[in-house]
Design a binder for this molecule. Structure first.
Ligand SMILES: [Zn+2]
Length: 499
């Protein structure tokens, strides 16, 4: 009875919230107009000049693991502290180097015995930690015999490990999701070693060396051919010895996290931009532009008594696998995740041949990835409304997993944001909408040494800075359009998992 009543009230409140537009003249509207006036393109430009100077003084780069990154961190953290924020440096790990000292071992030790041939039947995954373990193998949601076309989802879902006995070696089949995700799930389930084998269709039978950029399961892991996996799966109670002899050296960089003094900590509005560049260049558009913009917004709003907590994140290690955002989200408890009501991502917002692209929260483009978690459509709508108020067009851009929103949407946190384009080519239609040159990349200096302060479009920087200020300000006072992160809100995710 009580549950039904609560559900009814929730449904009523929800429908009211969803149908009542944010009133013009509400606090959110007043603050948004004020903050948009306060933020200034030339201030963001000053930050970009500073990041350029840091790169120039450090071998032309601000990449993960370089002094240019640490100097960028110090610059941003210093500005935020000066503005009055409580700043946290969160250390995150990345692979500095990985060497294999001798070939790996995979032997069936019971029942019977069999020695598989290293670097033929199986290879160490790069960057597998060293380890030598003998344990029973446990199959994880295998599809045997394999279907004619790839369908295996082995290890893609945490639920695949529901009956997994910690301490065993996980036997996982290739297919559907990234190797790294299967490895992560196996690590969480307490596997003492991991064997992933090829799926089994023609062209998908052999083993080969692979760098999967994932090591955090902390156990030895190998990629085996289909025959090995098929045989182990067919052997009841198979026990194997699995050994990887490697030297894995991890480096550390810091995420910079700053939180508003004011605001309800149970409702957090989060805005993030990655702070690292690629090794090849100073990364001023990618992603000095996003970093400088959210830094300017943070500085200008520092003393406003906002209703909801606003948290700014400057991510480390994005260019080498979204490591900063990924490890940040992984470090949060369920309750901490639930408090993050929206995540706004700003990665490249001043591309020289720009288009105003908004993450396609509602999947109206019907392209690539599905819609974002509930609330993502509303984030997109709110940003659209800002550009609309300036009579500026926008287009959608897919949640293709290429930036720091990815770990957030993976755990059901609604996301959105702005992207002005990277190595993709501007279409004639977009040139008609936004100006610029059709048939040319949005950013011809993407991931190159020429991504300097000369690679910034000032108009795009100005407009997007205002759009970021507007969006952060509105959510800082009004989250009514965002559904609460309850079991109901998480339901679409559960459905996705079941499929
Ligand atoms: Zn980027």
């Amino acid at each position: 009875m009580r549950r039904i009543a609560i559900a009814l009230i929730t449904a009523l409140a929800l429908s009211l919230a969803l149908t009542t537009p944010a009133s013009a003249g509400g606090l959110d509207d007043v603050f948004a107009k004020l903050l948009v006036k306060q933020v200034k393109g030339p201030n963001a430009k000053k930050h970009l000049n500073a990041l350029q100077a840091i790169a120039t003084a450090n071998g032309g780069t601000r990449a993960a693991g370089t002094p240019g990154y640490d100097a960028s961190r110090d610059y941003v953290a210093g500005k935020l502290r000066k503005a009055g924020y409580k700043v946290t440096l969160q250390p995150i790990n990345f692979v500095e180097s990985w060497t294999e000292n001798s070939p790996p071992t995979l032997n069936l030790t019971a029942p019977g015995s069999k020695t598989y041939v290293p670097n033929e039947d199986f290879f160490s995954f790069q960057p597998s930690p060293a380890g030598d373990v003998t344990a029973q193998v446990q199959a994880v949601d295998l599809t045997l015999p394999p279907t004619p076309t790839p369908t295996s989802t082995s290890g893609c879902e945490e639920s695949d490990f529901a009956g997994f006995v910690a301490g065993r070696i996980a036997l996982i089949q290739r297919g559907t999701c990234a190797f790294a995700l299967k490895i992560r799930n196996a690590g969480r389930a307490g596997a003492s070693g991991i064997i992933v084998f090829n799926e089994g269709q023609p062209g998908r039978t052999d083993a080969f060396p692979l760098d999967i950029g994932e090591w955090r399961a902390g156990v030895p892991m190998v990629f085996a051919d289909f025959a090995v996996g098929n045989e182990l799966a067919a052997t009841a109670g198979a026990t194997v010895r699995l050994k990887v002899d490697s030297t894995l050296v991890l480096g550390t960089n810091d995420n910079v996290i700053a939180e508003s003094r004011f605001g309800d900590p149970r409702n957090v509005v989060m805005a993030g931009a990655h702070l690292d560049s690629v090794p090849a260049g100073p990364g001023i558009n990618d992603n000095g532009s996003g970093s400088a913009s959210i830094l300017e917004v943070a500085e200008q709003m520092a003393h406003f008594p906002v209703k909801n907590k606003v948290r700014f994140a400057f991510w480390a290690g994005e260019e080498i696998g979204l490591l900063g955002s990924d490890q940040y989200v992984a470090s949060l408890s369920e309750a901490q995740r639930d408090r993050i009501r929206v995540y706004l991502n700003f990665d490249m917002v001043a591309s020289p041949n720009y288009a105003y692209k908004l993450y396609d929260g509602d999947n109206s483009d019907n392209e690539g990835s599905p819609a974002g978690p509930p609330g993502s459509a509303e984030i997109e709508k709110q940003l659209e409304a800002f550009y609309g108020s300036r009579h500026l067009p926008t287009v959608g851009t897919d949640f293709d997993g290429r930036s720091d929103y990815d770990p957030f949407i993976d755990v059901g946190i609604p996301a959105g944001g702005i992207f002005t384009g990277a190595e993709g080519i501007k279409t004639a239609e977009e040139a008609a909408m936004f100006g610029g040159t059709a048939g040319v990349a949005y950013d011809a200096c993407y991931h190159q040494a020429c991504d300097t302060t000369a690679n910034i479009n000032n108009t795009a920087l100005d407009v997007d800075l205002d759009a970021i200020a507007d969006s952060v300000a509105r959510f800082a006072f009004n989250l009514r359009s965002i559904p609460p992160r309850t079991a109901a809100a998480a339901a679409p995710l559960a459905a996705k998992t079941a499929a």
